[in-house]
Write a protein that binds this ligand. Structure first.
Ligand code: 13P
Ligand code: SF4
Length: 329
């Protein structure tokens, strides 16, 4: 790119840089600006929208995404999309959910390898065996699963609505898959007996209660917000537990002077970019799957229209039922 062209790109993207100036040093911006400029043009040309999860890096989250949020918000918003193409800046199960809710649209994921330790912890055959073992017990499946697992389920949930979904069933016992810690955390809130599965999020399982106590000692007055995929002893040490959207909402409304988000690392950058008045303490656990999504890969996805996510229609019909049932709760 010539220096004149770069100057034009920098001028066009200057308002976007203001959104992330607190978390991206000026020296790094020109590299991002080139891809951002190209992506904005490609979105117009392809009639595409970008849905980005809260764990995406700030240059994606604040500069190219049209819709951002937690898993529940992305599923809800995916249903309202008017564009021809959806690019999911997140992991594979999120793109699959968007496709299930929009079968006629092209749904692209910039890297097919962007998986999830929870989604890969369970297969549809495992769920069928559990049903045989616990006949008649309803199955609540976390959205962090494949379409094939959703298709075997009665209803889905996210971390944002797990309690509501379980209480909506009005039964004393449920099977809840595959996140053991989310299941234990929800069981403690609801009093419903939960049969769980030994799946864990590889990001949240690494936090410990001792680490949280250490953070409180090192950063007096820090408000601790934890994701319910953390082990119960970590949630017990926190001041508040909730989905990524609930944590961001807490900072937006309560504006604590000092806060730690016990969750994936980029989330703090994204919330910090909008809250210069709040001090963020940052233990940094990255999700290797979320971090596979980058600006160059988003650009390439829109240039080549790859990788399109497809779901077997027979599986899709059943999986969609479980998601739609969740969305009505
Ligand atoms: P939520 O954004 O729904 O809280 O989910 C967190 C997560 O780990 C998604 O992969
Ligand atoms: Fe899966 Fe955890 Fe990564 Fe979310 S953060 S995609 S739950 S591994």
């Amino acid at each position: 790119m010539s220096s004149a062209a770069l100057s034009e790109t920098l001028a066009r993207t200057a308002p976007l840089y203001e959104r992330v100036a607190k978390v991206i040093p000026p020296v790094e911006w020109p590299v991002f600006a080139r891809d951002i400029d190209a992506i904005l043009e490609l979105k117009r040309a392809r009639n595409a929208v970008i849905l980005a999860h809260n764990y995406q890096t700030p240059e994606i989250f604040h500069c190219v995404a049209d819709i951002v949020g937690d898993s529940l918000a992305l599923a809800r918003e995916a249903m309202k999309v008017d564009a021809d193409v959806i690019v999911l800046a997140g992991v594979h199960f999120m793109a699959e959910t968007a496709k299930l809710l929009n079968p006629a649209k092209t749904v692209l994921i910039p890297d097919m390898q962007a998986g999830c330790s929870l989604a890969s912890s369970i297969a549809a055959a495992d769920l069928r065996l559990l049903r045989q073992r616990y006949p008649g017990v309803p199955v609540v499946t976390y959205v962090n699963t494949s379409a094939a697992v959703k298709a075997e389920s009665d209803i889905c949930c996210t971390s944002g609505n797990a309690r509501k979904v379980i209480e909506s069933l009005g039964v004393p016992e449920v099977i809840m898959l595959p996140d053991e810690y989310l299941a234990q955390n929800v069981a403690a809130e609801t009093g419903v007996k939960i049969i769980s599965w030994a799946g864990h999020c590889e990001v949240h399982e690494r936090f410990t209660a001792a680490e949280i106590r250490g953070l409180r000692a090192a950063h007096p007055g820090v408000v601790v917000l934890a994701h319910p995929e953390c082990p119960p002893e970590v949630v017990a040490e926190a001041d508040f537990a909730g989905s990524t959207a609930a944590m961001a909402g807490y900072v937006d409304t309560k504006r604590p002077a000092r806060v730690v988000l016990v969750t994936e690392c980029s989330m703090s950058d994204n919330v910090a970019a909008a809250h210069p008045e709040v001090e963020f303490v940052r233990p940094c656990n990255l999700c290797p799957h979320m971090k596979r999504i980058t600006l160059p890969k988003i650009r390439r996805a829109l240039e080549t229209m790859r990788h399109a996510v497809e779901v077997d229609p027979a599986v899709a019909a059943k999986a969609r039922r479980a998601i739609e049932r969740m969305l009505t709760v």
